[in-house]
Design a protein around this ligand. Structure first.
Ligand code: FES
Length: 379
């Protein structure tokens, strides 16, 4: 059956990647490696048209991300339009470029929620990872300003082998800044993180220690009535079953890149698939009828071992992007799965994590000089 006639539900989540411009250079950025080749950005009116179409289809939540979305001068206008359309609006930012005046303007435009990301709990490591000496103090200042403004605030730390051992200090910092939610997300390996995987993947011992720290703080906070919500995300690489990535391909999530390419996940532009542009097709048509969005819907596309697996309705065969990056074929089972014939690549990465000695300054930082053209044959 044509999926457009089946029971495909409309998207709930729209991720508006407003720009690939960013003042920081994090070596685990999920942006594509060739981001510097993509200089075009949708105009204000084009973005608002995307929001209208997504909302008309039923999407309820919008994330403004990038790159660093604060570099878009029209951000208050975009927030206002999305809010007026009825979206719940999230700003996902490094905090660099944020000012008290902008916080006021975003509040006035109706922004619901701000997430600020940090690189570490101390200035030196934060500067080394972000590629900016001033970033840490700016982030502290803006986190305090966001909180003082009454926003619900999420602090996000991407964890990896260079900062995971300071997790207790990270959590202390979040408590001090009065975060409402804390996301301690161990690096997932897409984009620049995949390029730097050997230098970022924590060891199993590091993860076990980190889990114990989180557990201790959860108990401590519950006892003291200080209830910041601690979310700890472990990396796929230490699992035996894959995650149900994005809640299923083309099921709830729709991402639009700075120049208007519509994707079923933020990493899919690396796949050898020609994804449609919002400048050439309506979102309705893209979501229900495009080849790219239908490519991995349902179960008919699955080869073994996924096809006959009794867990396929839970994990959908895992992540298509990870399958492509690790096996060269996005149809394969995600190698995180121990049933995959490629699971050895995951075991080898775990093994490598025990013996590598790559330092922060040896990582490949996300900047224009390091950005490389990726050539894929598109279908
Ligand atoms: Fe693309 Fe998982 S990140 S399918």
């Amino acid at each position: 059956m044509n999926p457009s006639e089946s029971n495909v539900k409309p998207p709930l989540w729209l991720l508006a990647e407003l720009t690939y411009r960013c003042p920081l250079q994090c070596p685990y950025c999920s942006n594509p490696l060739d981001f510097a080749q993509q200089e075009k950005e949708l105009s204000t009116a084009q973005w608002i048209e995307v929001f209208k179409q997504a909302r008309a289809m039923g999407a309820v939540q919008i994330g403004f991300s990038g790159g660093e979305p604060l570099v878009r001068k029209d951000l208050p206008e975009l927030i206002r339009s999305a809010r007026e359309l009825g979206f719940y609006t999230n700003l996902i930012t490094s905090g660099i470029g944020l000012t008290q005046k902008k916080i006021d303007a975003f509040a006035e435009a109706g922004l619901d929620h701000i997430q600020i990301s940090f690189q570490a709990s101390d200035e030196t490591l934060n500067a080394a990872l972000a590629g900016s000496q001033k970033a840490f103090q700016q982030k502290l200042e803006m986190a305090r300003a966001v909180k003082a403004h009454g926003y619900p605030m999420v602090l996000n730390f991407v964890l990896h082998r260079h900062n995971i051992d300071q997790l207790d200090r990270i959590i202390e910092l979040c408590i001090e800044l009065e975060a409402d939610d804390v996301e301690l997300a161990t690096c997932q390996f897409y984009g620049w993180a995949q390029l730097n995987r050997e230098g970022l993947l924590p060891t199993r011992d590091q993860l076990v220690r980190a889990e114990a720290v989180v557990h201790r703080y959860r108990e401590k906070m519950a006892a003291s009535g200080n209830l910041a919500n601690l979310l700890f995300v472990t990396p796929d690489y230490y699992e035996e079953r894959p995650k149900g990535c994005m809640g299923g391909w083309g099921a709830i999530f729709l991402s639009v890149t700075p120049e208007g390419m519509a994707l079923p996940c933020h990493s899919a532009r690396q796949l050898p698939i020609r994804f449609p542009s919002v400048l050439e097709h309506s979102l309705q048509d893209i979501w229900f009828n495009s080849f790219g969005f239908n490519r991995y819907r349902g179960f008919d596309w699955m080869p073994e071992p996924c096809r006959s697996c009794d867990e396929k309705e839970k994990d959908f065969g895992g992540c298509r992007c990870q399958a492509f990056m690790l096996t060269g074929n996005a149809d394969n089972a995600d190698p995180v799965c121990s049933k995959s014939e490629h699971h050895g690549t995951i075991l080898a990465a775990r093994e490598q994590a025990n013996c590598t000695n790559i330092q922060v300054n040896q990582l490949r930082f996300r900047n224009r000089a390091n950005s490389e053209r990726v050539n894929s044959q598109l279908i």
